[in-house]
Design a protein around this ligand. Structure first.
Ligand code: HEC
Length: 115
């Protein structure tokens, strides 16, 4: 994981800037989710440069939760996937809920994309 630290820092910067126009409107839960997602998810799920099309995992936005996928996606966050670590030992259920609350404020296609 050591090699990922520069990406995490770069992502934190991008996410902070990219959502500046939304920041005032976020609830406490959404703000907690924004902080956790920036720290723990951005390295794989957000574009690492504005003009980069690369992200390791799928871009995440409110579109991922279409068709009532909340429970399924919370399970992915808790248990992980073939190429994603699970977070159930790291986060309380309310923190996973907070991340979902935040991701639902993100317009498609996802964070770090051309904003
Ligand atoms: C090491 C890279 C990595 C990290 C860190 C990571 N993910 Fe993932 N995530 C993936 C990959 C890759 C997938 C696609 C499924 C697979 O191959 O496991 C995925 C899939 C998902 C999905 C399913 C998307 C869909 O529509 O099916 C969600 C939701 C998700 N991740 C949320 C998160 C959240 C929230 C965090 C932070 C708490 C996070 N991920 C951290 C790599 C990562």
């Amino acid at each position: 994981m050591r090699g990922h630290i520069p990406f995490i820092l770069a992502t934190a910067f991008l996410v902070g800037g990219g959502n500046a126009q939304q920041a005032g409107g976020l609830s406490d839960s959404q703000k907690l989710g924004q902080r956790l997602a920036t720290q723990h998810c951005g390295v794989c799920h957000f574009h690492i440069q504005i003009n980069s099309t690369a992200s390791y995992g799928p871009l995440l936005s409110q579109a991922n939760f279409d068709n009532g996928r909340d429970a399924e996606l919370k399970s992915v966050i808790a248990n992980g996937g073939p190429n994603m670590p699970g977070f159930k030992y790291q986060f309380e259920p309310n923190e996973i809920d907070a991340i979902v609350d935040f991701l639902k404020t993100v317009n498609p296609p996802g964070l770090g994309v051309g904003k």
